[in-house]
Ligand binder design. Structure first.
Ligand code: CU
Length: 499
């Protein structure tokens, strides 16, 4: 341990307490990172608006179930940060761990200096160091923050830990027709590596696959297996939680008959796709990834890829004691659920599976609507090299795996132009693709045209295609990657640069 730094920090901390924090902020804000203040907003002196401290702490997932993991402020999920759209915030981020950290402001239009991705040039928060950032939160809606380091084979790192927390940016006006809001973060703990095959998930609609993608993907996989290679590593989990509590291990959600509850649901998983249903109730989706959809749509349940958010209103009109939980029985029985209880109702919480339904993003958009013609189309083909990276699958975009030697920007943007990404998935896995610092519009889902759904993560089905458009309106290096931690860590990333 670097004792000189340790003692200097202690000294500074005690001075900061005595002198009202002004000296502390000057010291910790710039010195340790060697970086100037954020270009978009001057870093203010004095106490920060928020402090987030990254440290390993015990987390109680349920009765007699305490684990140790890295957290924000000693809790899981990290504290709900409620910002006001357009009103600058100053945040101190302290890293009390032995490894460098990155804190990513997922879904916000911020500068590369604060976005929280080393690939874009955001400075690391040094081990036992801190960093002060100031930025203007935008756009309004449901966002989140999470660690953005590559974990690779270390399942005590990256988003396998508890480093996930919700953000809500209050719009300037809020016409919400609901009685109360409840934030739910879905997250697994106690990860382990396995050689198991992929989970068979066929919930996406349209289901049509593309012949040449399937031939390419299956050809590559069969060739690898024929050479005697096992399947690449996957990650499984021992415990499943909603807001850090396994089913039955936390307080039930108490609701009143007739109440309209707006649920803000985040899939905070490192690797898994989640689903959610509440027996006898429907979800009226009003926003996806925090962005209002063209019109509310009622569905029997929800599906969320890693990092996706859904905001949905549930009208409480079916009294009882219910389990709101994942439709996967095994995951729900290992904790992925929360009890919803009406007043005066007794008995064991009940689960009833909803009728089978599929998840079609186009259902939430405008059908038959035309979108603006893009200035340029980028073709992207995603492929898997089975078990090619020390037993892990290696992932490529247009035959290039992103790593320390291949960080060169793959795509060039001109400010103000509209671009289309034509994403083609030559693997059988579903990939939740994420674009940093911008949002995009879904324009074609597995061949079906749509418009009006603005997102920052979208699932692309196995051997399927998806088209998304975005406007290059936030200059600076921009990271694009699969949000599945195992995929992003082993090559599934690319950079856009503004030229
Ligand atoms: Cu992926």
């Amino acid at each position: 341990m670097d004792t000189s730094r340790f003692s200097r920090r202690n000294f500074v901390n005690s001075l900061g307490t005595l002198a009202g924090g002004a000296l502390l902020s000057q010291t910790s804000g710039c010195k340790q990172t060697g970086m100037p203040a954020s270009k978009e907003t001057a870093v203010k002196a004095g106490p920060a608006d928020y402090t987030l401290t990254i440290a390993v702490k015990p987390v109680e997932l349920g009765k007699d179930r305490i684990i140790s993991t890295t957290t924000y402020n000693g809790q899981f999920p990290g504290p709900l940060l409620r910002f006001k759209e357009g009103q600058a915030v100053t945040i101190d981020i302290n890293n009390q761990t032995d490894t460098p950290e990155q804190l990513h402001w997922h879904g916000q239009f911020v500068s590369t200096d604060v976005d929280g991705a080393a690939e874009e040039g955001t400075p690391f928060i040094a081990p036992h160091g801190s960093r002060r950032i100031t930025f203007v939160p935008k756009p309004s809606g449901y966002r989140f923050y999470h660690t953005h380091v590559r974990a690779k084979a270390d399942l005590n790192s990256g988003q396998y830990t508890g480093l996930v927390g919700p953000v809500y940016i209050e719009p300037k006006s809020n016409p919400g027709n609901y009685d109360r809001e409840i934030f739910l973060t879905l997250k697994e703990f106690e990860p382990t590596l396995s050689r198991g095959g992929d989970m068979d998930m066929d919930f996406l609609s349209p289901a049509a696959t593309v012949k040449d993608l399937k031939e390419t993907g299956e050809g590559a996989m069969n060739a690898s297996l024929a050479k005697g290679s096992p399947h690449g590593f996957e990650v499984g989990y021992d415990s499943f939680t909603i807001n850090g509590r396994m089913l039955g291990g936390g307080e039930p959600i108490q609701v009143k008959q007739g109440e309209r509850v707006l649920f803000h649901i985040l899939n905070g998983s490192a690797t898994e796709i989640r689903s959610l249903a509440l027996p006898g109730h429907t979800f009226t989706v009003v926003a996806m990834d925090g962005n209002p959809i063209p019109k509310p749509v009622a569905v029997p349940g929800l599906w969320l890829g890693t990092a996706e958010r859904v905001s949905a209103i549930v009208e409480m009109n079916h009294p009882g004691v219910w389990i709101m939980g994942d439709m996967a029985n095994d995951d729900r029985m290992h904790g992925m659920g929360i009890v919803v209880e009406y007043p005066g109702q007794k008995g064991k919480p009940q689960w009833i599976a909803p009728k089978a339904f599929s998840w079609n993003y186009a259902l939430f958009g405008n059908s038959g609507a035309t979108v603006a013609t893009p200035d340029q189309v980028f073709d992207m083909t995603f492929a898997k090299q089975n078990a090619a990276a020390d037993g892990f699958n290696r992932w490529t975009i247009n035959d290039t795996a992103f790593d320390e030697e291949h960080m060169h920007p793959m795509f060039q943007l001109k400010q103000g132009r509209r671009y289309r990404l034509r994403m083609r998935n030559a693997s059988d896995d579903i990939h939740p693709l994420h674009l940093h610092r911008h949002s995009f519009e879904l324009t074609r889902v597995a061949g079906q045209p749509t418009s009006g759904v603005m997102k920052d993560v979208v699932m692309v089905g196995g051997y399927q295609e998806m088209e998304i458009d975005f406007v290059a309106d936030n200059p600076g290096l921009t990271l694009f990657h699969c949000h599945q931690q195992l995929h992003m860590d082993f090559g599934f990333m690319a950079l856009f640069e503004y030229v």
